[in-house]
Write a protein that binds this ligand. Sequence first.
Ligand code: BES
Ligand code: MN
Ligand code: ZN
Length: 499
Amino acid sequence: MEYSVKSGSPEKQRTACVVVGVFEPRRLSTAAEQLDQATGGMISAVVRRGDMEGKLGQTLLLHTNADTAMTDRILLVGCGKEREFNEKNYRATVATAADTLNQTGAMEAACYLPELHLKGRDIPWKVRQAVLAVEEALYRFDQLKSKKDTERRPLRRLILHVPSRRDLNDGEQAMREGIAIAGGVGLAKDLGNLPGNICTPAYLAKKAADLTKHQERLEVEVLEEAQMEELGMGALLSVSRGSRQPAKLIVMRYRGGAEGEKPIVLVGKGLTFDAGGISLKPAAAMDEMKYDMCGGASVFGTLAAAMELALPLNLIGVVPSSENLPDGAANKPGDVVTSMSGQTIEVLNTDAEGRLILADALTYSERFDPETVIDIATLTGACVVALGSHASGLLGNHPPLVNDLLAAGRESSDRAWELPLWDDYQEQLKSPFADMANIGGKEGGTITAGCFLSRFTRKFRWAHLDIAGTAWRSGEKKGSTGRPVPLLVQYLLDRVAEK
Ligand code: BES
Ligand code: MN
Ligand code: ZN
């Protein structure tokens, strides 16, 4: 999609379609009002006849016919009650407009929805979120279908309208950010939606290499199992031993900042299929464990967005990638493995594999002398129980970092919620045979997973995002969400603004 930002009144737009909002009950937005006057009361007449109540999600397409100095069509979009108009309703309204436009003959439209008043949110926010909502609405994952149902006249160009010329600069910057974030979200979604037989560790490594095309500031290195062996990554390798796909440790270095400036390191769990290993998962919905690499995918997406925006930061993405399958060589409950840090781990449940591969990837990150390390992982089913699918779980060893991530989540509407990383929970990881066990029992499963990781992050500021509930949707609209790319890019934008 091609986007632009413009100001100017709706009755003067010569375009295929102008999109304006109507609130419930039958109350015209400012832009709708202006169009109404210019058309001699066309919109108020239609509304009076009862064809547009203004309910959220309602749409009505009008053809203007007569006047060539004007738009060909007007799309009325219901916004719900004005008093209840919130962020969610705003995004839903924009998404409905995009969906509808895509099915009409209008391939270009001027959208006045960013001009709607939304409490606490400025024009740039509304422009950014509009781009994200449109891309979300139009996203399709059909690369594996032999017949694709494409629209005959899809929406190609969307002009986002802002109230005054003074808003243009900020609006355009927000549009660029929105496009970059949406690109990163799309990449993360595609990788997530790909099945385990296609998206293997080697496939992810290849994708990382592809990212370097036309990107002089990005350098990719892929560590093979032999190199991991040499580094002593016994925890990571114990997981991949049960699989025929060799593990890869993908390292992506983006040098956007000053030389010598400490990097922000993003570590993403890249488990391309998690059957549980010998502690085999039940069959129901096991296909969804193809999404167990979504943490890694969010690292790809975030780096792609950061590069698109040429952010002046040094960033390193680290994606440990493996499968977790049952096999004669796989981890067995009770096995004791030695991590790169030297700490030994009793593998009481082979399904708690994410923390094993992350442990070594986190230890490996020490060599970058990081400013901060953030890991992102579909780590625990317990997180879905605790927070559902609305917030990612967040734990960390440095309160300011945790607060920055919480704030970035609120700003990007990709929220996280903190859980306590108290020492009290560390007790649950005690093992009679090794330095620690890889599980902490039934209670506080997301927290004990965080405690486990914290034993490999003592040398730097670190936070952990558990995205088990947020990275994909189940059911009818099954698919990867691209979260938490918006949160992470916002975090990076905030760091740039801070400088
Ligand atoms: N990838 C899963 C976590 C998961 C489960 C994410 C369900 C989303 C939905 C992870 O590797 C895992 O299996 N975790 C175990 C840990 C347990 C054995 C302590 C879990 O959550 O059941
Ligand atoms: Mn598992
Ligand atoms: Zn897993």
